[in-house]
Each structure stands twice: as C-alpha cells, then as structure tokens.
Design a protein around this ligand. Structure first.
Ligand SMILES: C[S@@+](CC[C@H](N)C(=O)[O-])C[C@H]1O[C@@H](n2cnc3c(N)ncnc32)[C@H](O)[C@@H]1O
Length: 222
C-alpha cells in the first residue's frame, strides 16, 4: 500500500496557485453541472480539497448532507472554515479515499451524489476502477457522479499543448506533494466498467479540461 500524496503545505495556497495558473477555468469546470444537483440529498466528495466546491454546493442545495474525504488535514481545515455556516450538514473524514469505507450499517442512507473534482488524476486506472467498484454498492439507483479532470485531446493541440501542460503539472505536484502517479488515468473506462453511464460532458480550454456527469442508471434526474 503506497501512501497518498501530501497536500498539507498547499492547503492555504492552493486556490491562489490555481488562479495564477488557470484563472477561473477550473472553477467553471467544477460548477458546470451544479444546476443538475438540486435534488441530491446525500453527497460523497472524494479528494475534496479546500472546500470551495463543498461550500458552493451547500449554499446551492439547502437539503444536501455531505461526507467529505481527504487525506490532507490542512485541506480539511480550509474546508471546515469555508463550510462553517453549514457545519451541521458536513462531515469530514481524514482518510485515504482508496481504502475509506462508507457507513454500511442498515440505517445508512445511500449516496445519491459522488463528486471527484481533480482527484481521480491522483490515482492510477486500476485504482479508479477499484474505487468505483467499491462505492457503487453505496449509491442509490438514481445516483450521479460528477467528474472534473484534465484531458489530452487528440490532434496537434493535445500533442503540443495539453500533454506538456499535464506532464508539467504531474512533475510539479510530484515535487510538492510526493504524488507518484505520472499519467492521467483512463477514468472513463474505469467508471464505465463499474456500470456508470456518461450522461453529459463539457470541455474547456479546447479539451484540456472536462466536466462530466455520470449516472448509476439509464434514467437521469432533471
Ligand atoms: C488536486 S487536489 C483537488 C482538490 C479539489 N477536489 C479541487 O477540485 O480543487 C487533490 C486532492 O485530493 C486529495 N487526495 C489525493 N489523493 C488522495 C487519497 N488517496 N485519498 C484522499 N485524498 C486524496 C489531496 O489531499 C487533495 O486535497
């Protein structure tokens, strides 16, 4: 079992690094399908980070309760500050999401939303596959899975721009956090293999970023 990357020294800086490198695009990518999440009641946010999306979701949906899992204490502390006005609806879990087990008692409600914003890229394809297979039984039949990720589109732009950007990010995060993964996982085939169905997708920055909404069953909620 290898250790998860250590994002502790990026906790307070993460937002500013993001703004300096990608401006508002990562934020737009995370929020692309926010309007589709209005009916969600129980969300699981994996690799939650500094809680900006969690706080946004809590404001947008007054009925949602969130379990936020992250391996970084500093990130969860930032999350706690941002989500403080809605603290009663968030539980944080300092854990490696690859091994964290959701509450499996009979009284536990299934999740109707899983969120992985720029988290699956910290994992290998087999790890994403194992994660999706492990959490699938904890999902309600109408559950949604929201993904934001980097991507390398085909063609010259992918070859000359997107791939070097992604390689640079992996080198930087490897140096800053000890992340050992060096290539984007094939999260689509991993989610697909676990029975999830891609419902909506949108690209940003000519395909360098993707927002995706997957569902557990063929019928998707509005
Ligand atoms: C690139 S950041 C993305 C954070 C946030 N989701 C966002 O959209 O900005 C990756 C986050 O995943 C967390 N992380 C990475 N590997 C993890 C693991 N195996 N288990 C739990 N958290 C992990 C890191 O601590 C960090 O907060």
């Amino acid at each position: 079992m290898n250790r998860p990357p250590n994002f502790n020294r990026l906790g307070g800086l993460y937002r500013w690094l993001e703004m300096a490198s990608f401006g508002p695009w990562l934020w737009w990518c995370r929020c692309a399908f926010l309007a589709d999440l209005g009916a969600c009641r129980r969300a699981l946010i994996l690799g939650d980070g500094d809680g900006r999306f969690t706080a946004r979701l809590l404001r947008a949906n007054p009925n949602v309760h969130i379990d936020a899992v992250d391996a970084s204490l500093a990130m969860l502390q930032s999350l706690g500050r941002r989500a403080a006005p809605h603290a009663g609806r968030v539980r944080t879990h300092l854990a490696d999401a690859r091994y964290w087990q959701p509450d499996a008692t009979p009284a536990a409600q299934p999740y109707d939303l899983v969120v992985t914003h720029f988290f699956l890229d910290c994992l290998t394809t087999p790890e994403v596959q194992a994660l999706a297979a492990r959490f699938h039984p904890a999902l309600s039949p109408d559950a949604l899975w929201l993904v934001s990720e980097f991507a390398v589109p085909p063609g010259w732009y992918g070859h000359l721009v997107a791939r070097p950007v992604v390689c640079g990010l992996y080198l930087a995060f490897g140096w800053l956090t000890g992340l050992t993964v060096r290539a984007l996982p094939d999260h689509s085939s991993a989610l697909d293999a676990s029975g999830l169905i891609l419902r909506k997708s949108r690209t940003w920055l000519a395909g360098l970023l993707v927002s995706e909404l997957w569902s557990a069953t063929p019928s998707i909620r509005p």
